[in-house]
Design a protein around this ligand. Structure first.
Ligand code: GLU
Length: 384
């Protein structure tokens, strides 16, 4: 009875590994989880209080489909101050998490048989989202440090190109696209008239490196771009499911229509929490980013000390994407044996379109990183 559209979807590897690791933990196994990218911090107190207040004030009914005006205003202010993009309220939509916003954005612009350029390695869900829309992912190589270049993008452009997926800082590699390359990519998009879905969820996790929002460059590229983001990573709010995007009015209208027939509005209570996240004190973000930076440097160093593993320094996000090809195992075998034999969960690179690598999320405590790295080191010593 299943449609071919659904039958052809591969399960999300990040969520599958996470579920398996959490299940093992529940069964009493001492698993170290470098699986799903989800901050280990609790949602800051002021944000939780705002949600509690929303319940007490009976903000428990439907809201406008694309989000409450106050939250759209807060998003618009944030786009202006942080990203240097001027989106007014009619150019903003609130969705049920970053993933849902990306899903809607793709569906709003992709037609059957359109080509969507997807830089490799890519976050697991991008490929499936493109396929669900019956469009074709066109894989685009990045350089040895996983950096996207305009030259490589240009090689993939055809008359059928409708879209480029830009994800900087990148999940899974952490690479941050160079501003000079982003400028050239914007010129290509304008010249060849294709859209850019810019997934900027890791924009705060840049550890001193320059980050540029492509839509901030000029009006022409702004019109072609859907700038997608969420409060999940920045404010440790993964479970609240609030994402947002900025784009031209027509695209936003189309996305709102889609949302109106699927999820309707994101949770009213979660929107009030997101409002406090964006408008309230930002100290907790700085503290979390500082902690992630320490972990980033530590895990990078430890990975490179292990025989058989080499790792490019992750510039942003909270993932390391080491090369494990010297171990002789493919990424699936590496990840599944590591979990079964050493109780450490990582995600195979194959899920991100790149064999020979695995992804480790370092959004976990230093203590856990240390324990996990000790186990990987010991396990590989015995194995190779
Ligand atoms: N974006 C995170 C990850 O890649 C969360 C899990 C998911 O939704 O894929 O791990």
């Amino acid at each position: 009875m299943l449609s071919s559209r659904v039958m052809n979807i591969a399960p999300s590897a990040t969520l599958a590994i996470d579920a398996k690791a959490k299940q093992l933990k529940k069964e009493g196994k001492d698993v170290v989880i470098f699986g799903a990218g989800e901050p280990d911090f609790n949602t800051p107190e002021n944000i939780k209080q705002a949600a509690k207040k929303a319940i007490d004030n009976n903000l428990t009914r439907y809201t406008p489909v694309g989000g409450i005006p106050e939250l759209k205003k807060a998003v618009s202010d944030k786009f202006r101050s942080f990203n240097k993009i001027n989106y007014d309220g009619s150019e903003i939509m609130i969705g049920c998490g970053g993933k849902h916003v990306l899903f809607n954005a793709m569906m709003a612009v992709l037609e059957k048989d359109d080509e969507a350029i997807l830089p490799v390695p890519y976050w697991v869900s991008f490929e499936e989202m493109i396929r669900i829309d019956e469009a074709k992912p066109v894989f685009c190589e990045t350089d040895k440090n996983f950096k996207l270049t305009a030259e490589k993008v240009e090689e993939k452009i055809t008359p059928k190109t409708k879209l480029l997926v830009l994800n900087s800082p990148s999940n899974p590699s952490g690479a941050i696209a160079e501003p000079s390359e982003i400028r050239k990519i914007a010129e290509l998009a304008v010249k060849h008239n294709f859209c850019v879905i810019s997934d900027e969820v890791y924009e705060y996790f840049t550890y001193g490196k320059e980050f540029l929002s492509i839509a901030s460059l000029n009006e022409e590229i702004k019109k072609l771009t859907i700038t997608c983001n969420s409060v999940s990573k920045t404010y440790a709010m993964t479970g609240w499911r609030v994402g947002y995007c900025g784009a031209g009015k027509e695209i936003i209208k189309g996305m709102e229509n889609l949302q109106g027939h699927s999820t309707s509005n994101p949770s009213n209570i979660a929107q009030m929490a997101a409002l406090e996240a964006l408008n309230g004190p930002q100290e907790s973000v700085k503290e979390m980013v500082k902690a992630f930076d320490e972990r980033r440097r530590f895990i990078h160093k430890r990975l490179n000390e292990v025989d058989g593993i080499s790792c490019v320094e992750p510039e942003g996000a909270f993932y390391a994407f080491p090369d494990i090809s010297e171990t002789g195992m493919d990424s699936m075998a590496f990840a599944s044996k590591l979990l079964d034999e050493a109780l450490v969960a990582v995600v195979p690179g194959a899920a991100f379109g790149m064999e020979g690598h695995v992804r480790l999320s370092y959004a976990t405590s230093m203590h856990e990183i240390e324990r996990g790295m000790d186990r990987i080191e010991k396990w590989l010593k015995e194995k190779i």
